[in-house]
Design a protein around this ligand. Sequence first.
Ligand code: ADP
Length: 776
Amino acid sequence: MELERDECLWIKTAGGMDRFRDGIFEHSFKHPHTLGFLKLPFDSALVTAYPGFYEGGEADGHYAFKKSPFLEDKQLSGIQRDRRGRLWFCNPTSVIMLDKNENRIVEFNEEDGLLHTRNELLQAGNGLLITGDTEGVTVFDPGTMVVDTVSVQPQLTALSVNNTLVVGTQVPGDVNFSLSCSVVNLKELELDYLHNHFSFTFSAMSMISPEKNRYRHMLEGYDRDWIETDYQDRTATYTNLSPGTYTFRVLASNHHGVWSNRDRTLKIIILPPPWRTWWAYTGYSLLVAALLVGARRSIVQRERLKANLQLEKVEREKEHFALEKAKEVDKVKTSFFTNISHEFRTPLTLIKGPVDAMLDRFKDDPEAVKRLKLVQRNSELLLRLINQLLDLAKLESGSLKVDKAAGEVHGFVRAIASGFDSHARQKGVTLVVDVPDEAAPVQFDKDKVETILINLVNNAIKFTPQGGTITVKAICGNFTAEAQRRKGRLTIAVSDMGIGIPQDQQSKIFERFYQVSESHKEVGTGIGLALVKELVNLMGGAITVESELGKGSTFTVMLPVEQVTLEEAEQQTEVLEQATGNRLLTSAEASAGRPATGYQSPVAVDGRMESTLQDASKPQILVVEDNFDVRTFIIDSLGDEFSYLEAEHGKQGLEKATSEVPDLIISDVMMPEMDGITMAGRIKEDRNTSHIPLILLTAKSTEESKLSGLSSGADDYLTKPFNKQELLLKVRNSINRQNKLKELLRGQLLTETPQEKVLSQDEQFLQKVKETIIQQ
Ligand code: ADP
């Protein structure tokens, strides 16, 4: 074979196609199933190789084949091109025409009169195509082969829901599903969330070669593109579609591949599950809105509560601040009164003493007695007030202590309450004292119980109009339960038929300086009940008030007391009686300035004579006091039993004590030049005067001054305003002791007993005297 220049020879081999050109072999196409080859003009070529066919051409000096996108899965063998440029392929059952210009593929087979198409396809010079196999040959004119352009109309032929075929309009066994009409006529399909697994079967409804029909389907809203299938796969299946609206479309082609221009459509609505329906969402929204509103309300409420709490806190702080302020003011008031109280005591003593004496002296003159009693009562009142103030101050400083002693409490209460009899009578008020006759020996603080009683009874009398009755009840035990008697509790109740106390103010009357404003025009200070309450608290008791406006009030005090035997109580009473002279005299009484009964003033106030002062046979007392009146009062109080030396201050007192060596010294504490304590110290240091008993008179009744007084060497002390009787008693006792000491000394001197232990300065002094005498 001869090849012209630029001509090439194509050789089909077992492994593909080889090209021989210009003496060069080139293995241009590699494929194990190369079947047909067609040389085209312009140095291009086509090769069929299962599956599909390849298009080749020269590029960059090489020949290369590329797979055609048409008929890519078909088994093609022979290949020809007709005069109109259409490509023809033969395959085992048909001859296929590819018209690229019209984008059409048509398959012709037996039904179109083409037989024996299996192996090869050749073209005759007149354009006829020849195909054949071992059984025969078919010659046909490609120009006469007619393409059927009648399109088919695809239909939906079946529907399955949840893998069950719909029969008619129902799904067997599923009562919850039904169609409005048969699947063929169905235009719209509504499915709930329980039936959203479904599949359609469709058909081209073509009788001519239905196996050649092809189908395209798409679910708009779900599929992105058409899905092409053949007659064997005419089903579209969808599962778990989201709620929404979709359109299912299907197209079909006829046996010559001509696609229908009208598609079958079906609107599909997938209903949301109940929890995703609009009313569910409305519900959710309402719920969320309700929650938001609720949350907001609760936040607002919480904030409001917080604000209220804050406000309350601020108010409480304000109240607390006001309370603190009030307390401070009270403190200032108390300290002011305390300070001036001390100043009031001395002049009061000087008023009370002479009045007591004058009352006795003018007892036969009723007019004088009346007036003097008025003075006496008022000075007592003033003294009591002062003492109360001082007690409050002591309570505040914590120096007031409970001081219990054994005594018969029923008799004690009865005596004090009865003491108000004449005062009550004067005001036209009846006083009933209801205390059992039976003796109640207990340990109790007499001073404090007395102060409490005096205050309560005084108030009752003060606030009860003429004609009213006041009852003072007391019992060692309870009023109510007889069995409770003597169970370590003293109950005292003071009831009156007075003006009463408004309910809202009942708790306040125990505050310092508080007085019920509107109804009470009586004078007062507002400290009585405050003191009572604090004393009751100090003793571990309780006080209550029951009162009705216009009807009266009852104050009930309950105090813990300790039971003792009657003997113990009597013994203690006797000791006290001895010490205070025939009568149980409490220090409160003494400090309240109440006159001791049966007291006789031995000397007239103004009638003091110098002769009375100096009498060698009488024990000599040195009175050291800067205030002339007080000095006079002391001397008058002690009477003419003694002779007296006077000094105006400590310095003078010390001089007189050293020069005169009196039998006893009575000295004030606060004095110019030298105070009483310093003087006492000096006297006790001096061997010549250390034996002289010394009694200090102090206006301050605090424990500290008592202690400093005694540690300075004072033998005893008395608080101003002192009781004359008590002073006299103390003076007498001291002088008696001194006399006894003298006797003892004399005895010791005579017996010459060696002294082993010398303790006091007195004893040291005695020892020295003894030694001196023996030496001489
Ligand atoms: P004072 O009597 O000096 O004013 P108190 O502390 O003893 O002070 O009493 C405080 C207030 O309590 C009195 O001002 C009075 O308003 C009221 N009060 C006390 N006792 C009685 C009572 N028995 N009846 C009516 N009001 C009373």
